[in-house]
Design a protein around this ligand. Structure first.
Ligand code: SF4
Ligand code: SF4
Length: 434
């Protein structure tokens, strides 16, 4: 069958969309690990360090997505979406344009090239690499803050140094290393060898029609990796870009024949069911897809069920207790409270015994307190009681924070209240009434 749309057009579209996604993800907090605050952003939801199981689920889901895509569609990430490959292809395209602008023949492999072309290409690649480096660092440091710091010429030396170092690495990569990185050092390519099997998608030469090959070598000349796909569909250098398919189609379609190279799941065979046509050719693939979906559903449910509030408190153990002017006793605490919701919420802080029989006075500057979305506060609070019903020493209590508009949104934490022994002031050096 003669294919009308070249794979290259589709690939350029996918590369454009994936570059845009790569660029906007940190700005929209769709996927970002904020190192300074140790918060993990996923789909505009914050996962905190103490919610490690959710972060773990995100990573597990990502790993299974990589496994299922690689197992079914082979090395499609490398040829169609990888930022490194996109940078290299842009660099190669720029080089050709620059040589054309200078009225010179394009540099051939092994030639040193024209100095003016090198200078222009280096400058343009440096600027593009700077953009890539900024976006990459934006996955770990708030990109809006970085822009504000850059405008104020106030970027921290560490952040600025990392951006500069990455820029130099990307510039060198796009000028010199190019696809050598893909074949020699790419970890994804190495992982690919383990994940794929004999039924994964490959780009294959249809050997059954070998006699139709006109030996024009168009498929070899167009290959960015410099390989001849006719030798084998399982060459590790092949990034499954599809350019050789387009090249062969262009040659043979002129003779009214379909091309001799195709995307195929393994070495082909009958694939007439709809699910076989999209690569799900055996039970193994369905099982892995099922595991991936299970992780995704578990993650969504867990995020949905999580309390948008976190509360913890620790007692001031330098003074276990202190007397109040009315004869009551007071314990002091540091309380950490964070609003993990996307809205501003008002919380009422309460303290009571574990069985709910007694409520104790909570002394704070303000109660209820209002927390903005994603705000975290460390507050000093005190609990006061006459302690008639308490025994000397530690007494368990429960501290709670409750949304004043929705009592279902509530966080609790256990604390301990210290009551003095028989003579409460012995050894404390304080007088009631101080
Ligand atoms: S062999 Fe074909 S599909 Fe593989 S990298 Fe070369 S041009 Fe792309
Ligand atoms: S482009 Fe097609 S016809 Fe030309 S050498 Fe390659 S496989 Fe043969």
């Amino acid at each position: 069958m003669i294919r009308l749309t070249p794979y290259r057009s589709e690939r350029r579209l996918v590369q454009l969309v994936s570059t845009l996604i790569f660029a906007v993800m940190p700005f929209l907090n769709l996927l970002r690990m904020d190192i300074p605050t140790l918060k993990f952003y996923f789909l505009n939801t914050i996962l905190w360090v103490d919610e490690f199981f959710l972060v773990f689920l995100v990573f597990m889901m990502a790993i299974w997505i990589i496994i299922i895509i690689s197992m079914v569609y082979g090395r499609v990430w490398s040829g169609w979406m990888c930022p490194q490959m996109i940078l290299n292809e842009v660099s190669i395209w720029l080089e050709m344009r620059i040589y054309r602008l200078l009225g010179r023949k394009p540099r051939q492999s092994g030639e040193s090239g024209h100095p003016a072309a090198w200078i222009i290409l280096t400058a343009v690649c440096f600027v593009i690499s700077l953009g890539f480096a900024f976006l990459l660092v934006g996955y770990f440091v708030d990109p809006y803050r970085m822009i504000a710091d850059i405008l104020k010429w106030n970027l921290t030396p560490v952040t600025g140094g990392i951006i500069l170092a990455l820029t130099l690495i990307f510039t060198l990569d796009s000028l010199i290393f190019r696809v050598k990185f893909c074949t020699k050092a790419c970890p994804y390519a190495m992982m690919q060898l383990v994940i794929t099997d004999s039924k994964s998608q490959v780009v294959r030469y249809i050997k059954e029609r070998d006699h139709e090959c006109v030996h024009c070598d168009a498929c070899v000349r167009v290959c960015i990796m410099g390989i001849d796909i006719r030798k084998s569909a399982y060459q590790t250098e092949c990034t499954h870009c599809g350019d050789c398919i387009d090249a062969c189609n262009a040659v043979l379609n002129r003779q009214g024949k379909p091309g001799l190279i195709e995307f195929s799941y393994g070495e082909g065979g009958v694939r007439d069911k709809w699910y076989q046509k999209i690569g799900f050719v055996d039970a193994k693939r369905w099982i892995i897809l099922g595991i991936t979906i299970a992780f995704a559903i578990t993650l969504v449910v867990m995020i949905h069920l999580r309390q948008p509030l976190s509360l913890s408190a620790s007692g001031d153990r330098s003074t276990l207790y202190r007397p109040a002017t009315n004869g009551d006793f007071i314990n002091d605490y540091s309380m950490r409270i964070s609003n993990r919701d996307l809205e501003t919420i008002e919380f009422l802080i309460r303290c009571e015994t574990p069985d709910g029989a007694y409520a104790l006075d909570v002394i704070m500057d303000e109660n209820p307190i209002t927390l903005l979305s994603r705000e975290e506060n460390l507050l000093k609070i005190s609990i006061q009681t006459d302690g008639q019903w308490m025994h000397p020493g530690p007494n368990p209590l429960v501290l709670s924070a409750e949304n004043t508009d929705n009592p279902d949104v509530k966080a609790v934490t256990d604390i301990v209240f210290f009551m003095p022994e028989e003579d409460p002031l012995a050894g404390m050096g304080v007088n009631i009434g101080q």
